[in-house]
Design a protein around this ligand. Structure first.
Ligand code: HEC
Length: 448
């Protein structure tokens, strides 16, 4: 098996995630229900929660499509599902419900445990056929962007960043309702995010790198739409809810930031990005409002470095979702809203943050935020060697930077409003906030 799976397993064990005592392993477990079988009980659970990652040639290192695939790894499956290590899902349960949540019920994990303990029976009749995974589950995109040629992903290296530049001219305003990333080598990628850059920066960035795009994030200059979405292995596009769209117009490029994951042999990645538009304007426009801190200077062995940021919303808005971005030294984070009357609502908590699996989190129900609401974030970093994800051994000083070994503390808020003047107010606040952060960073760098 490739190196990373080993690392992931070491992590699961080190985090004290469920391991089963020997005496438990072979004893048949009795539950209220009859003995679960692959055909009737287990295959539906595995198909629902483990595909599309555990298909041949998909992101996970082995398929789980047949009874014998699952039976062969029975004990391991019981361990990783009981501990919550699989399926991979970062948000804690105490925030608002999130669309596309990857979480199993206690009953489902128990069914797997009973099935394995009972010798993984197949049941009656032929085995079910696993569902086919469509490359474009939302149908053929209205527009598909792709790079010419392919990115060579080196055999080794975990977390290297590579940016693809997809030039686009939206011309007339378009109402973007979904975008889907379609990789050719899902196993060789972790999270991928894309943003609309109208500054021309991405187009000008050094094309000297062989093949499409360039290494690192290249410091995009972005307009207020900014981040349009993100992908992790196994994720298909989550379209905006009915009344909402991103209003995109003008010329620029969509920059797709790939987070590479060496598989042990060099791979060629040819990515596609599918865009879906609504013909009619939608009632409310969505913007990406970025919060976070550019100032960070984490000493080696500092195990509890806390970064906070806060913004007060000047107008009533709706929050559709959040996309936190920090790298490997970040261990946990939370975001909350403090209403004008002082009532606090948790918006997102991740107690075991992992850069490999972070993605945009879209709420099942938009969160109404009144003018005067303060949004607060708190990100915590552990730059000691106790943090097994720390890329530096021994730990080194870490600051803001473009490489996977550096850090960051961003939060994209997907805010929506119906009122064009409220939208303009939010855009201005966003711009000013960003300029203020960049000035602070320049001053800080001049002093250090
Ligand atoms: C979103 C994609 C995804 C889903 C869904 C998923 N897995 Fe995985 N799984 C992976 C990847 C990728 C790995 C390789 C290790 C890693 O990168 O964390 C993995 C590794 C594993 C491992 C090996 C762990 C180890 O210790 O080496 C097991 C066992 C496993 N998955 C079982 C499951 C089961 C059972 C389910 C469903 C209940 C599931 N996975 C759902 C992506 C997924």
């Amino acid at each position: 098996m490739k190196k990373r799976a080993g690392k992931a397993r070491a992590l699961a064990l080190a985090l004290g995630l469920g391991t089963f005592g020997c005496s438990e392993q072979n004893r048949p477990v009795q539950t209220g229900s009859s003995s679960p079988t692959w055909n009737d009980d287990v295959a539906p659970i595995i198909y629902r929660h483990c595909l599309p990652c555990h298909l041949p040639e998909a992101a996970a290192p082995f398929p789980l499509t047949t009874r014998s695939d699952a039976a062969r790894r029975g004990r391991q499956i019981v361990e990783v599902t009981a501990s919550g290590f699989m399926p991979p899902w970062l948000p804690d349960e105490d925030g608002p419900r999130i669309r596309g949540e990857r979480r199993m019920t206690a009953e489902e994990t128990q069914t797997l445990a009973v099935w394995v303990a009972n010798g993984a029976p197949v049941g009656v009749g032929p085995e079910p056929t696993p569902p086919e995974v469509q490359p474009w589950p939302l149908g053929t995109p209205d527009e598909t962007l792709e790079v010419s040629g392919s990115v060579i992903i080196p055999a080794e290296g975990d977390g290297t960043l590579h940016t693809l530049v997809l030039p686009i001219d939206f011309g007339e305003p378009r109402h973007l309702i979904a975008s889907q990333f379609l990789p050719s080598t899902p196993r060789a990628l972790h999270g991928v995010g894309w943003l609309f850059d109208t500054s021309g920066h991405g187009l000008r960035a050094d094309p000297g790198f062989p093949g499409p795009g360039y290494r690192d994030m290249g410091g995009a200059g972005m307009n207020t739409i900014g981040s349009l979405g993100g992908w992790v292995p196994g994720r298909s596009a989550i379209p905006l809810l009915e009344d909402y769209s991103f209003l995109v117009e003008g010329k620029g490029a969509i920059l797709v930031q790939l987070h590479l994951n060496g598989t042990g042999k060099p791979e060629r990645e040819s990515s596609k990005l599918g865009l879906y538009y609504s013909e009619e304007p939608r009632k409310k426009n969505v913007i990406d409002f970025i919060m976070g801190s550019l100032l960070m200077d984490i000493d080696p062995n500092e195990s509890n470095y806390v970064l906070t940021d806060e913004v007060t919303l000047p107008v009533d808005t709706e929050l559709l979702g959040l996309y936190p971005k920090a790298r490997y030294v970040c261990t946990h984070l939370h975001v909350s809203a403090i209403g004008p009357k002082g009532n606090t609502t948790l918006l997102l908590r991740i107690s075991d943050y992992n850069y490999d699996w972070v993605e945009p989190y879209w709420y099942a129900q938009p969160q109404d935020l009144l003018a005067g609401t303060r949004i607060k974030l708190e990100y915590v970093y552990d730059n000691s060697s106790n943090n097994l994800r720390n890329p530096h051994h021994p730990p080194r000083r870490i600051s803001l930077g473009r490489d996977a070994e550096d850090e960051m503390a961003f939060l994209m808020l997907y805010l929506a409003t119906e009122d064009p003047s409220d939208l303009a107010t939010l855009e201005e606040l966003h711009r000013d906030g960003f300029q203020r952060r960049i000035r602070a960073l320049k001053n800080w760098r001049a002093e250090h």
